[in-house]
Design a protein around this ligand. Sequence first.
Ligand SMILES: Cc1cc2nc3c(=O)[nH]c(=O)nc-3n(C[C@H](O)[C@H](O)[C@H](O)COP(=O)(O)OP(=O)(O)OC[C@H]3O[C@@H](n4cnc5c(N)ncnc54)[C@H](O)[C@@H]3O)c2cc1C
Length: 393
Amino acid sequence: MEYFDTIVIGGGPAGMMATIASAFYGQQTLLIEKNKRLGKKLAGTGGGRCNVTNNGTLDDLLAGIPGNGRFLYSVFSQFDNHDIIAFFEDNGVKLKVEDHGRVFPKTDKSRTIIQALENKIQELGATILTNTEVVSVKKVDEQFQVKSADQIFTSDKLIVTTGGKSYPSTGSTGFGHDIARHFKLHVTDLEAAESPLLTDFPHKALQGISLDDVTLSYGKHKITHDLLFTHFGLSGPAALRLSSFVKGGEIAHLDFLPNQCQENLKTYFEENREKSVKNTLKGLVPERVAEFLAGDKADSKIKQLHPKDLENLISQLKGMEIPITGKMSLAKSFVTKGGVDLKEINPKTLESKKVPHLHFAGEVLDINAHTGGFNITSALCTGWVAGIQSPWD
Ligand SMILES: Cc1cc2nc3c(=O)[nH]c(=O)nc-3n(C[C@H](O)[C@H](O)[C@H](O)COP(=O)(O)OP(=O)(O)OC[C@H]3O[C@@H](n4cnc5c(N)ncnc54)[C@H](O)[C@@H]3O)c2cc1C
């Protein structure tokens, strides 16, 4: 039985940062990860470029974390998105800010971020054990016993950073919730969040098209952000954010031009009345959308359109109907809503109120955020705060 001051289970962003913080504060630390490599899910974020954080204000962060973001006030007062940026820059990673405050490594490669975290863990002398799945955890006297298939480790402090239940192929299968239940902590219901939408729609015609800053709405819920047409329906931040308001069976509306009013569009069509419908539309929307909306009138001139057809075109541009048939399951959603009940957790230390020296960080907690770097910010910041707590107090 090998002893460590602190054991961290799960090598995603929360676990890697918890290990760094713990080792930085002098704790002899072991990080156990069941995959061959650390950060498998993190590697796939931001289209494989790693959306490492968001550079917004505290208000932006809280707005980006609709699932219990307010619980993180104390965490962010200790370590926030600006500390994440400073951390990577101090460790030689050049970052850049893209639209909507999303922060990426300048290399556009996730590897850069994961390697920097791994290098820091090694520099601080913590131990990384990959390819090792923790199968059970218990507390014997004052120490934790952490078991893999063929080893037992003991520690004074345990940090659980095993993630949620989305994309289980990346390793997040909900093991941390089992640990919480073992210690008689309540786990709230787990649901899909940030889910791609399934639509009853001519998918082939629009598949692969991405649109910047369009408005997708259902009833009073309006989201203006980027949208992606896929082979099954809709993805991209606008669809993912709307997913928390729809179940399937609703009609969503897509405004391709949220900054243009109907009157402006009428004037625009009037000014282009000698041009073909398709070419006129191409001045407003991407070519394949123009072809789709123009349909069999593509080569007609605007002046040849019946006023009703022109009206119809404008209403399509300002509110194309999209029937939603459902949304992706928890396993195929980007984020898990629900997790270890925050009533069980001290917000200053992320320690269990019932079990001393047992901490949780990252998506295993009942915190869910929008994509755009907000989940990763929550994971890295909660990881840091869980890591710095002393196992000897
Ligand atoms: C495709 C995709 C794109 C995303 N894009 C974004 C984005 O752009 N912005 C954003 O903010 N968020 C995004 N997210 C969400 C974000 O990646 C997660 O919220 C974040 O990775 C959670 O970090 P974590 O450290 O809590 O958990 P995870 O990253 O899930 O890491 C948990 C780790 O624990 C390990 N583990 C689990 N059980 C055991 C065990 N028994 N023994 C040992 N190890 C174990 C797992 O193998 C895993 O490596 C995206 C998610 C997906 C799936």
